[in-house]
Design a protein around this ligand. Structure first.
Ligand code: SAM
Length: 330
């Protein structure tokens, strides 16, 4: 595989989205909060998270899939993504040869439209439907593969969603969910990000460093948006609990892996720093440094730490399992 190219992150800076949505009406309705929040984010999402559909993100998506479920059986014939966002996972997996026919769903209409737009720009089309993962609008036994990235922690009833996943999978079909925050990893990441945000935004108010600051309205919008995350981020997971939930939903051959410890300790503050300061000041050398450092730490985590450090201390959980191939014996 060729080496991943560095992202052009200087070009992909998040523009402050127009106005932070008013989620007052959605305070006791997490699904509505998710629709409003992600519709609002849809057009700036790729820039905010440095999402692309080039070698870098293809490799990232394919490696996550392979870490969870191995490389046997590629390409899967008909695949569905839940909570597709702008298509980061499924479109990159398709480009990497992991799957063939793609279908994308999300509870946010803006996200489904963005994913379909991205697919079109890549030269293929994917079918898209606005759908709640707790009631997937497809017939039983439809898909060979169901995937999701950073979606389970937004769904109120994760076990119900997993039962739906098993219903729409063909017997023997596989599901793969990646990018789910572990309980411990999430606490550490949030604390580090908050501390980095405080330090960076205060420092850039000092005389002599003002040129490093972002415009006040952008900072306010970013900060307000961050303050809404508690309404859409509903869960963190402990690896054993996540596996048990999938088994209760009826899956077999379930496994949960975790990854990113040092990489997350570096990555979250780095990302927050990039978001808090004027991007023009950072320049391509910073982004190269940041990306390469993250890659090296992720490698160190996988090779040196993963065999000896408890799984729950890593940041990211990956879940896979199968729908039983035959009728379940009761
Ligand atoms: C953090 S984003 C991840 C998007 C994309 N998978 C990625 O990795 O870039 C979570 C996505 O899940 C969607 N979502 C939230 N709740 C959902 C639900 N109940 N059913 C389906 N999608 C949902 C959101 O609209 C959002 O697009």
């Amino acid at each position: 595989m060729p080496e991943a190219t560095a992202p052009d992150l200087t070009a992909a800076r998040p523009e402050a989205p127009p106005a932070v949505p008013d989620l007052t009406a959605a305070r006791s309705n997490p699904k509505l909060a998710n629709v409003l929040y992600h519709d609002w984010e849809a057009d700036s999402y790729d820039a905010k998270w440095s999402i692309s559909f080039d070698e870098r993100c293809r490799t990232y998506a394919r490696d996550r899939f392979e870490l969870a479920a191995g490389a046997a059986g590629w390409p899967y014939g008909r695949a569905l993504e839940l909570g597709c966002g702008t298509g980061f996972f499924l479109l990159n997996l398709k480009q990497a040869g992991v799957l063939d026919e793609g279908h994308v769903t999300d509870i946010s209409p803006g996200m489904v439209a963005a994913a379909q737009r991205n697919a079109k720009e890549l030269g293929f089309s994917v079918e898209g439907r606005v759908a709640d993962a707790e009631s997937i609008p497809y017939d039983d036994d439809t898909f060979d593969l169901v995937v999701g990235h950073a979606v389970l922690h937004h769904i109120p009833d994760v076990e119900l969603a997993l039962r739906e996943v098993l219903r729409v999978l063909k017997p023997g079909g596989r599901f793969v969910f990646a990018g789910e925050p572990t309980r411990h990893g999430d606490v550490v990441a949030r604390r580090l990000s908050r501390a980095t945000w405080e330090v960076a935004t205060r420092a850039t108010r000092l005389p002599g460093l003002r040129g490093w600051g972002r415009p006040a309205d952008e900072l306010r919008a970013a900060s307000e948006a961050g303050g809404l995350e508690w309404m859409v981020d509903l869960h963190t997971f402990d690896p054993g609990g996540l596996a048990r939930m999938a088994l209760r939903a009826g899956a077999v051959d379930v496994s949960v892996r975790t990854e990113e410890l040092m990489a997350a300790l570096f990555g979250w503050p780095a990302r927050t720093f990039e978001y808090a300061v004027n991007p023009q000041r950072l320049g391509p050398r910073w982004f190269w440094f940041s990306y390469r450092t993250w890659q090296r730490l992720a490698w160190f985590d996988a090779k040196a730490l993963s065999p000896v450090v408890p799984a729950g201390l890593f940041y990211n959980a990956l879940l896979t399992g199968l729908k039983p191939a035959g009728p379940v014996e009761l």
